[in-house]
Write a protein that binds this ligand. Structure first.
Ligand code: HMG
Ligand code: MG
Length: 299
């Protein structure tokens, strides 16, 4: 069976814009987030408090966050890798953070300049402190299916790091297919492996990049396994500057088109969302990679 409702965790302003060559003006980012909220999205990842040299595209986090104001009913999670990032986020009043680990050593090195275990040790005090402050913590786990340096990633290896993030106190865990190589059978195998380890499906989200066009098929299998939180990016923007061959995320419009067709509620107005992605594509100077956005675009 399928759930009656899916919570979309919108990552366009973070995963999408972190990967754009051109720097997007802070005011445009703020307008983007406001338009996403107007389209009915209620969890909108806003930016990252990472080292500004590592991700210059999001170096304006301090300027952006206050521009967002109070959006009633909307959560604005932000990425935080370490204690310095948490301080910056708390100083601005962030109420949801996300740490981001890796199932593979190669990506942990490339993305965090640390081994897997060293990065877990970096996150532990961040998660503890955030929870003391009553801040909700998401744990991302990257390279859950394949890694550009190491190839296919064994389920047992993913289950180990997933367990470590949950045991540390993460409220939810997002399973990342960072380079978009997963296929539906692999998704089923990982979700089964996590369930066997006792991980509650309600604590899981899925985060598919769409490199091989499998993101929707993978999402459908995850929903059939009881997952109800799905990450997606308006217009299908996205990618990770530290993972070669990562392309855009599952487009939120493609996801909403499928879920509307299945009668699964998301609360999202597809027309407004598509208009937002077309507007942003105009600002970025290139067409949206989303099939649904292009199909619904006025000619
Ligand atoms: P490092 O070079 O090892 O940093 O980078 P460090 O801990 O040695 O600190 C060096 C200096 O940086 C210090 O300054 C720190 O204060 C400063 P100094 O004392 O030398 O003057 N510093 C900071 N400044 C501002 N904000 C901070 C911060 N931290 C340290 N937060 C670090 C380690 C984690 C900082 C770095 O590797 C980093 O910023 N990485 C972020 C990479 C990133 O954002 N990647 C994209 C997001 S992950 C993703 O896209 C995948 C996902 O979508 C899921 C999926 O698809 O799988 C989530
Ligand atoms: Mg991603």
């Amino acid at each position: 069976g399928l759930p009656s409702r899916v919570r979309i965790h919108e990552v366009g302003a973070r995963d999408g814009l972190q990967n754009e060559k051109a720097t997007v003006p802070t005011e445009v980012k703020a307008e983007f987030i406001h338009r996403l909220a107007d389209a009915g999205l209620t969890t909108i990842e806003a930016t990252s408090f990472v080292h500004p040299k590592w991700v210059p595209q999001l170096a304006d986090a301090e300027d952006l966050f206050p521009l967002l104001g109070d959006l009633p009913g909307v959560e604005l999670p932000v990425l935080v890798p370490n204690a310095r990032g948490l301080e910056r986020a708390l100083a601005l009043g962030a109420r949801r953070i996300a740490v981001f680990g890796s199932a593979t050593e190669s990506f942990a090195r490339a993305n965090l300049n640390r081994s897997v275990d060293e990065s877990l040790a970096m996150f532990a005090p961040v998660v503890a402190r955030a929870r003391e402050e009553g801040v909700h913590v998401r744990g991302y786990l990257s390279m859950c299916f394949g890694d550009p340096w190491e190839g296919p990633v064994p389920v047992a290896q993913v289950v180990r790091t997933a367990g470590a993030l949950l045991d540390m106190g993460c409220d939810e865990l997002s399973l990342g297919d960072t380079i978009g190589v997963a296929t539906p059978g692999h998704v089923a195998a990982l979700l089964t492996g996590l369930a066997e380890r006792g991980v509650a499906t309600g604590a899981l989200g899925v985060h598919f990049h769409d490199t091989y066009g499998q993101a929707l098929a993978n999402t459908l299998v995850a929903l059939q396994h009881g997952v109800t939180t799905v990450d997606a990016s308006a217009g299908g923007l996205g990618g990770c500057p530290y993972a070669k061959s990562a392309t855009g995320n599952l487009a939120t419009e493609d996801l909403v088109w499928m879920l509307d067709g299945l009668g699964v509620d998301t609360g999202v107005d597809l027309g407004r969302l598509t208009a937002t992605s077309l507007w942003l594509a105009g600002r970025l100077g290139r067409p949206s990679p989303s099939r649904t956005v292009r199909a619904l675009a006025p000619d």
